[in-house]
Ligand binder design. Structure first.
Ligand code: P6P
Length: 336
């Protein structure tokens, strides 16, 4: 008996496209290509131990093949799945210092794609969940082919954003501005199936995610906010893999924070392809993301790989963190 309630990612994309009569289908094609690349990366992540494709680069495996780092593999998989189809005018990646231009032999389209192809890669050898984060903007540059200004856009101009988490199962979670939807890969049919429609993050955090070892290096106002949180009943969970920490907090309710510190005055996480796409997702799920002063989505980028302090998750704690750190108010003691 076929379960007629099965909604594949392909079906969902088509149904979403029909909501926009002016849609050309080009955005839909980008999502198909992202899903294909995600399946290719999942296959390699799944067999990394066997194929000796773990985190160490420059080695040859038992077949004498050159071993490339899994994050380099992922970067190539997404670039090669997307660059040829004529939907994208330029790309940017954590793995590439400069923008990735579309080869002359390929047509270009009206979208720019930014990505962290495999975030959390320092955890690969320990078999910890890792992820891909992506952000999609409309082309704004004047020339026929894309330019860096198509990448240097504030998060509030994203047309889509999402992530893939390669964990106990592989999930693709994304938004186009009409809610957040999660699709779980069914490896038996090789399809992403709608498993989490209209994800909403709980108003209050249950989980706190921060690297406490950095506490002594945080600014005074961040330390005092962290101290105030300790007086309440949260549980602490920190995997050290942004997509995994974010995804858990999205589902359960949580506050993830990576503040600036004496060694990293701008924080560690990247604005354009980590903080901004996750901020779009979390805001579409009812949450909030801030750098401690303003919404992540309102930051005007100046550099491709610029870092940003990040407080992201349930709206109560993230807005409270921003009010405290920006000096607007002390946390409400009633929030026990
Ligand atoms: P720390 C992984 O290296 C990463 O970029 C994110 O995935 C993660 O949230 C963060 O760094 C962890 O950083 O300094 O706590 O190890």
């Amino acid at each position: 008996m076929v379960d007629t309630q099965i909604v594949s990612l392909d079906r969902f994309i088509i149904e979403q496209e029909r909501l926009y009569p002016e849609a050309t289908g080009r955005f839909s094609n980008i999502m198909y290509d992202i899903a294909l690349a995600a399946k290719i990366v999942q296959r390699e992540v799944g067999r990394a131990g066997i194929a000796e494709i773990l985190g160490r680069a420059g080695r040859t495996n038992i077949q004498g093949e050159d071993v490339t780092k899994l994050d380099v593999f992922a970067n190539n998989a997404f670039i090669h799945a997307i660059e040829h189809a004529g939907n994208i005018c330029i790309m940017a990646s954590e793995e590439n210092e400069d923008c990735i231009e579309i080869p002359e032999e390929y047509p270009v389209g009206n979208y720019a794609l930014l990505m962290d192809p495999l975030d959390g890669s320092s955890n690969i050898d320990a078999n910890v969940s890792i992820g891909t984060i992506f952000s999609i903007h409309k082309k704004i540059s004047a020339g026929e082919r894309g330019a860096i200004e198509d990448c240097l856009q504030p998060g509030n101009r994203q047309v889509a954003a999402g992530y893939i988490i390669y964990g106990s199962s592989t999930m693709l979670v994304y938004t186009t501005g009409s809610g957040v939807h999660g699709f779980t890969l069914d490896p038996s049919i090789g399809e992403f199936i709608l498993s989490h429609a209209n994800i909403r993050i709980p108003e209050r955090a249950k989980v706190l995610s921060m690297n406490e070892s950095n506490y002594p290096k945080w600014p005074k106002d961040v330390r005092s906010y962290a101290d105030s949180l300790r007086k309440r009943s949260y549980t602490s969970r920190y995997i050290g893999s942004l997509v995994a920490d974010f995804h858990r907090n999205l589902l359960y309710g949580g506050l993830f924070m990576y503040p600036p510190d004496s060694r990293k005055p701008e924080g560690k996480l990247r604005l354009l392809y980590e903080a901004a796409p996750l901020a779009f997702v979390v805001e579409q799920a009812g949450g909030y993301a801030t750098n401690g002063h303003i919404s992540i989505l309102d930051i005007e980028p100046t550099e491709l790989h610029q870092r940003v302090p990040l407080y992201i998750g349930s709206p109560f704690e993230t807005r409270e963190a921003e009010a405290w750190i920006s000096g607007r108010k002390q946390p409400s003691t009633s929030a026990e």
